[in-house]
Ligand binder design. Structure first.
Ligand SMILES: Nc1nc2c(ncn2[C@@H]2O[C@H](COP(=O)(O)OP(=O)(O)OP(=O)(O)O)[C@@H](O)[C@H]2O)c(=O)[nH]1
Ligand SMILES: [Mg+2]
Ligand SMILES: [Zn+2]
Length: 215
C-alpha cells in the first residue's frame, strides 16, 4: 500500500520562498522584510524610508496585521501602493500569502517592496517570504537582553535597527551588550541606531539599502 507523506509547512514555505525570489529577481524588485515587536516602531521607520527614497525609487508596501488596516491607511495617505494582509490571528507572514498578494502590484513599476511583518519577535523569523533582506527592529524600551532571549530573529537578520534611539537616556540599555551578542551569532549583520520620530540615523540606513537595489 502506498503511504502518502505530506511535507511540513516550513518545507513547503521554502519552495514558495524560492519561487518568489526568482520572480522578484526577474522583475528586479528588492524586497525588505521588516520585523520586530508590536509597537517597536516598524511603521514609523517604513514611512522614513519612503520619505528618503521615494524621489529615486518606486516603492510598494505590504502591511501584515492580525486585524484592521491602520498601518495600510498610513501608507495610502502617503500615496504609496499598499496591500493590507490580515492574518485573522496568525502571528507571522508566510511566503504563500505574499505570493497571493503580488498580483495586486505592477512589479514592472516597483523597485522596492517593503513588507511590514506581524509584530512578533518569534515565528516571523522562521518563515522566509521571498525577501532579499531581513531587517529586525529592537526598540530601546524593550531592553538590551532581547538578542539573547529571541536568538533566531537576531541571528537571521541582515540588519538590526536599534529603534527609538532617542529613548536611550530613559532606559538602561547597553549598546555593547547587543553588539557583542550579535557579533557572536551573526557577525555579518549591520547594526543601525535610528530615531524614526525625527529621522535621525535614517540616512545611513537608506545608503546601505541602495547597495542592494536591482534596477
Ligand atoms: N520616541 C520614539 N517613538 C517612536 C519612534 N518610532 C516610533 N515611535 C512611536 O512608537 C509607537 C509605535 O510605533 P509604530 O511605528 O506604529 O510601531 P509598529 O512596530 O509599526 O507597531 P505595530 O504595527 O502595531 O506592531 C508610536 O506611538 C510611534 O510614534 C522613535 O524613533 N522614537
Ligand atoms: Mg505597524
Ligand atoms: Zn506565528
Amino acid at each position: 500500500m502506498e503511504i502518502k507523506v505530506v511535507r511540513q509547512i516550513l518545507e513547503w514555505n521554502a519552495d514558495c520562498d524560492k519561487e518568489l525570489k526568482k520572480l522578484l529577481n526577474e522583475k528586479k524588485v528588492l524586497m525588505l522584510n521588516i520585523m520586530g515587536s508590536p509597537g517597536g516602531g516598524k511603521t514609523t521607520f517604513i514611512t522614513r524610508i519612503i520619505e528618503n527614497l521615494r524621489t529615486k525609487y518606486k516603492i510598494g508596501v505590504i502591511e501584515a496585521d492580525i486585524a484592521g488596516k491602520i498601518d495600510a491607511e498610513k501608507m495610502a495617505d502617503m500615496g504609496i501602493p499598499v496591500v493590507q494582509l490580515n492574518t485573522d490571528g496568525a502571528c507571522h507572514t508566510e511566503a504563500e500569502s505574499i505570493k497571493n498578494i503580488l498580483p495586486f502590484f505592477n512589479l514592472d513599476d516597483i523597485d522596492i517592496l517593503i513588507v511590514e511583518n506581524i509584530g512578533n519577535l518569534v515565528c516571523p523569523a522562521e518563515f522566509d517570504i521571498g525577501e532579499d533582506l531581513k531587517i529586525a527592529l529592537l526598540s530601546i524600551p524593550e531592553g538590551d537582553d532581547k538578542v539573547e532571549k529571541y536568538p533566531l530573529m537576531f541571528s537571521r537578520a541582515d540588519a538590526i535597527v536599534l529603534s527609538k534611539y532617542d529613548m536611550k537616556d530613559y532606559f538602561q540599555f547597553d549598546d555593547n551588550r547587543v553588539i557583542n551578542n550579535v557579533k557572536n551569532n551573526n557577525s555579518n549583520a549591520v547594526i543601525f541606531k535610528i530615531n524614526s520620530s525625527k529621522g535621525e540615523g535614517i540616512n545611513t540606513f537608506v545608503n546601505w539599502i541602495q547597495n542592494y537595489i536591482k534596477k
